[in-house]
Design a protein around this ligand. Structure first.
Ligand code: HNI
Length: 147
């Protein structure tokens, strides 16, 4: 189980309070699809996501980005039990969606980059390190039900 100091908890909360889910969610998911185009294969029902312009203008990508970011709220609120929080979601991604778990880290990195673009110097190296520790716990939890 990941341990958190009080300082780390407040840093994670402080970052999260500054995140606009409606902006960062769509941007981060679009970034994954553009930077790592093989991730398109999981979104066969999303229509045209085959060019940069198409990804950036796709309403389903935007909506799903918000869904994914909204799911992070549960981890912020349950920092002491992130694996349990994501157990069902991990099983869904393994059994039904069959998402290669390597992609979780790629998405996590894109989320951090999108947040960094907004927060600029507020995401200083120390805050970044703690935020990274938090998202790594999410990535591990999302991978926890893969066998
Ligand atoms: Ni993910 C559905 C959360 C990473 C592909 N995903 C969801 C849902 C949530 C979610 C919440 C909605 C579940 C439901 O309907 O019950 N996804 C997360 C989180 C992460 C993540 C928290 C990692 C931090 N998902 C990924 C990655 C991919 C991915 C990296 C592929 C590259 N997810 C999907 C797909 C769906 C999905 C595909 C179904 C979408 C749909 O609407 O059909």
């Amino acid at each position: 189980m990941v341990k958190w100091t009080d300082k780390e908890r407040s840093m994670v909360r402080a970052v999260w309070e500054k995140v606009n889910i409606d902006e960062v969610g769509p941007e981060a998911l679009a970034r994954v699809l553009i930077v790592y185009p093989w991730t398109e294969r999981y979104f066969g029902t999303f229509g045209d996501i085959f060019t940069v312009t198409a990804v950036l203008n796709n309403a389903k990508v935007a909506a799903h980005g918000k869904v994914v970011l909204t799911a992070l709220d549960a981890a912020v609120k349950n920092m002491d039990n992130i694996p349990e929080t994501y157990a069902a979601l991990s099983r869904l991604h393994y059994e039904k969606l069959q998402v290669d778990p390597d992609n979780f880290r790629l998405l996590a990195d894109c989320i951090t980059i999108s947040i960094a673009c907004k927060l600029k110097s507020d995401l200083d190296p120390q805050v970044h390190a703690t935020w990274h520790k938090f998202l790594s716990a999410v990535v591990d939890a999302m991978s926890s039900q893969y066998y």
